[in-house]
Design a protein around this ligand. Structure first.
Ligand code: FAD
Length: 384
């Protein structure tokens, strides 16, 4: 028998976060989104609410047991209030899952301040010459006495401008493709590290930018996991971040459609509320259906992760389709609002610009379809 119900702990947590999202995040979403300043105050509040420690060890301030479904639910709920703030638990989840492969000393140094919201960490994988084809990266980590020297450039990195630390993927000189790529913990204030802002059409507060590494020394203990296994390690963690990002987009879309429902019942044309016209009500019905379908793909992927079942293809489905569904739903909500939907006085246009980032970030739609089709052909069936 299948259950589509969240358990009591999940429901209670979502209720708390919904109140926080409505009262604290939504009213200031547009102001935060218009600025390149990272919202440290909201971030710290997430730390206080326990959102940044979901599924991380209690000894470091986390909630304990891994709980991908709760992470997705938190992200979806927060995204109704602020798309950018809501991405924090996913970023933290991805970062922290890799810190779990570090030595005890490094974990003790970095995990508590990340979980409490006092420090931030970027994931630096993409380079000017390698995005989708990430294993073609060129940044080098040359062995030197006591550690490595890192040289190279990363681009399009979320939190580049506000991170205190970065997880940097670099290869041992002379290696190619995935072999020889390792992951390193690099403090952003280390000599030789410099970050430069990049402006996008949305997501301004996320401090998107490039990071340059010029002979940056990294001590031996800052290696994450095994040498030469960095690429494989991060790819496995994308399986939860992708489905969670799908839910982030859907949370923003649901809020937008809810706003459109309220507006359609109130706005009158030709003597009737526009909700009375099927041109409007069917639009809402269609997007409500797409949202519902896309949402369960994401939760099923997270549930399969939680129960230890293969979920790579499902996670990719949860990354390519939900951002598209969400973008289209937000566009519909904007159209239902007429000129107000386009107005900067309303949050709809902002959500549209912020959600659009996830058509590309964390792997494009084409790359997700590549993963899904590879999986389908290997199993010789589309059944999951
Ligand atoms: C808002 C945002 C935040 C980001 N944050 C981070 C971050 O924190 N850390 C990080 O490391 N990176 C980050 N990125 C980078 C992101 O992961 C890459 O942009 C993405 O993987 C695509 O790489 P690319 O931009 O180099 O495009 P390319 O790989 O050059 O792709 C260009 C186009 O070709 C398509 N394409 C490529 N290969 C194939 C193929 N085999 N079949 C079909 N189509 C193909 C792509 O889908 C795309 O449409 C972020 C990007 C954005 C937009």
């Amino acid at each position: 028998m299948v259950s589509f119900e969240f358990d009591e702990v999940h429901q209670d947590f979502a209720k708390t976060l919904r109140a926080f999202s409505d009262q604290e995040l939504l009213p200031r979403y547009r102001d935060r989104a218009a600025s390149t300043d990272f919202p440290f105050d909201a971030y710290k509040q997430l730390g206080d609410l326990g959102v940044l420690g979901i599924g991380l060890p209690e000894e470091f301030g986390g909630t304990g047991e891994e709980d991908p479904v709760l992470l997705g639910l938190a992200t979806e709920t927060l995204a109704a209030g602020d798309v950018n703030v809501a991405s924090a638990p996913v970023q933290l989840g991805l970062v922290a899952s890799q810190f779990m492969h570090c030595g005890r000393e490094v974990q003790e140094r970095y995990l508590p301040p990340l979980i409490s919201g006092d420090e931030t960490a970027a994931i630096a994988l993409t380079e000017p010459g390698s995005g989708s084809d990430a294993s073609a990266l060129r940044t080098t980590a040359t062995p030197v006495p006591g550690g490595w020297n890192i040289n190279g450039e990363k681009t399009a990195i979320t939190w580049a401008m506000n991170a205190t630390t970065a997880l940097v993927y670099a290869r041992t000189p002379g290696t190619s493709r995935t072999s020889g790529i390792s992951c390193f913990v690099v403090p952003m204030n280390e000599k030789g590290v410099s970050a430069h802002q990049m402006l996008g059409m949305g997501c301004l507060p996320l401090g998107w930018g490039s990071i340059h590494f010029d002979d940056v020394f990294v001590p031996t203990e800052n290696l994450v996991g095994d040498e030469g296994r960095g690429f494989h390690a991060v790819m496995g963690h994308f399986d939860f971040s992708r489905a969670a990002l799908g839910l982030l987009c859907l949370g923003a879309a649901r809020q937008s459609l809810d706003e459109a429902v309220a507006y359609a019942q109130e706005r009158e044309t030709f003597g009737h509320p526009i909700a009375d016209y099927q041109g409007i009500s069917f639009l809402i019905a269609e997007h409500a259906t797409y949202l519902e379908a896309a949402r369960w793909i994401c939760y099923r992927a997270l549930w399969m992760r939680a129960t230890g079942q293969p979920h790579t293809a499902l996670a990719s489905m949860g990354k390519w389709w939900p951002p598209v569904v969400a973008k289209n739903a937000i566009e519909a909500a904007m159209r239902i609002h007429g000129n107000l939907g386009y107005s900067a006085e309303f949050p709809l246009q902002q959500r549209y610009r912020d959600v659009t980032a996830y058509l590309v970030a964390d792997g494009t739609s084409e790359i997700q379809k590549r993963i899904i089709s590879k999986n389908v052909f290997a199993r010789k069936t589309v059944a999951l």
